[in-house]
Design a protein around this ligand. Structure first.
Ligand code: MBD
Ligand code: FE
Length: 296
């Protein structure tokens, strides 16, 4: 190896190290962000707490009996649970493995879009861009340009002008602004407001497949179980309008190797986009959102 090659290898290893360090931060930063959002606790009637806690504990008992868990395994589980907290990865763990069921339970009544999980990296109040605009991004942002356009309607078919479309996504390296360092504060995060016909058009970049952080407790579980850490490339959205239920959704791209085995189980057929390539080579996707009127 020449000196130059060595320097290059060291540099590559260092960059790799930096990337890994940043990945860990993203999981832990989600804990700080969640604390800020959550504020004080929720007053749930004791009967309901008792019913759900009893069943949750019972479900764990069933796992222990079914698999005849040993004491060594019980201690390994304890150590791992402690580490999830130390690594700040409870939001990551819960959103990857649990939230999709909460989402399902809370949206199954809808006639309009049911949506998908929020995940750990939403930030409210991203800068307002108007109805047809680019999402905030760097001048040299990597990734293929994508025009994402559509209409927001109510379930009765009426267009919802003035609806809010919030979009957030990872950059080409898989990093979300405000969770990984070194990115402009609102990079690839924007709030758009539909025009009088309920329409919006957003210029962004096509997201890359995404690997959840593998260097913390969640990564330890993934390695120990011989799972993979991938989510398919996705756009995150929140769509809202007065008098309507908030829609939280993710949209996906056909052909992604992880559409079938998303680690977060958050892909649904109706969330698949159908990108078209225009004359100038730019990709365009059309996707409409239908919001349910708020329930009494
Ligand atoms: C993500 O980007 C994400 O969308 C989910 C659900 C979990 C971890 C990282
Ligand atoms: Fe995500």
């Amino acid at each position: 190896m020449t000196i130059d090659e060595k320097t290059e290898a060291t540099q590559a290893a260092k960059e790799q190290g930096d990337l890994i360090a940043r990945a860990a931060d993203s999981g832990a930063n989600a804990t700080a962000a969640f604390r800020k959002k959550q504020g004080q606790g929720l007053d749930v009637p004791p009967e309901r707490v008792s019913a759900m806690a009893t069943d949750a504990v019972q479900a764990l008992h069933d796992v222990i009996r079914k698999h005849q868990m040993t004491y060594a395994e019980y201690d390994a589980l304890k150590a791992w649970l402690i580490r999830v907290g130390e690594d700040g990865e409870w939001p990551l763990f819960l959103d990857v493995w649990i939230e999709h069921v909460v989402e399902d339970v809370n949206t199954s009544h809808r006639e309009g879009n049911k949506g998908s999980i929020e995940g750990p990296y939403y930030v409210p109040d991203a800068p307002e861009q108007g109805s047809h605009a680019s999402i905030p991004m760097r001048d040299d942002e990597s990734g293929d340009e994508l025009l994402f356009q559509g209409q927001v309607r109510s379930t009765d078919g009426s267009a919802l002008g003035g609806a809010k479309v919030e979009l957030w996504q990872a950059d080409a390296g898989g990093f979300y602004s405000q969770y990984a360092p070194g990115l402009p504060e609102w990079n690839l995060r924007g709030t758009f407001t539909t025009d009088d016909e309920g329409r919006f058009g957003i210029t962004t970049i096509r997201p890359a497949p995404y690997q959840i952080p593998t260097d913390g407790a969640c990564g330890k579980l993934i390695a120990a179980a011989d799972w993979h850490a991938w989510r398919p490339a996705h756009l995150h959205l929140k769509v809202s309008a007065p008098g309507h239920e908030l829609l939280t959704a993710q949209l996906y791209f056909p052909g992604d190797p992880h559409n079938q085995d998303d680690i977060a189980s958050a892909v649904k057929p109706e969330l698949m986009l159908d990108p078209q390539v225009g004359e100038n080579g730019a990709q365009t996707v059309d996707y409409d959102f239908v919001l349910d009127p708020a329930r009494g």
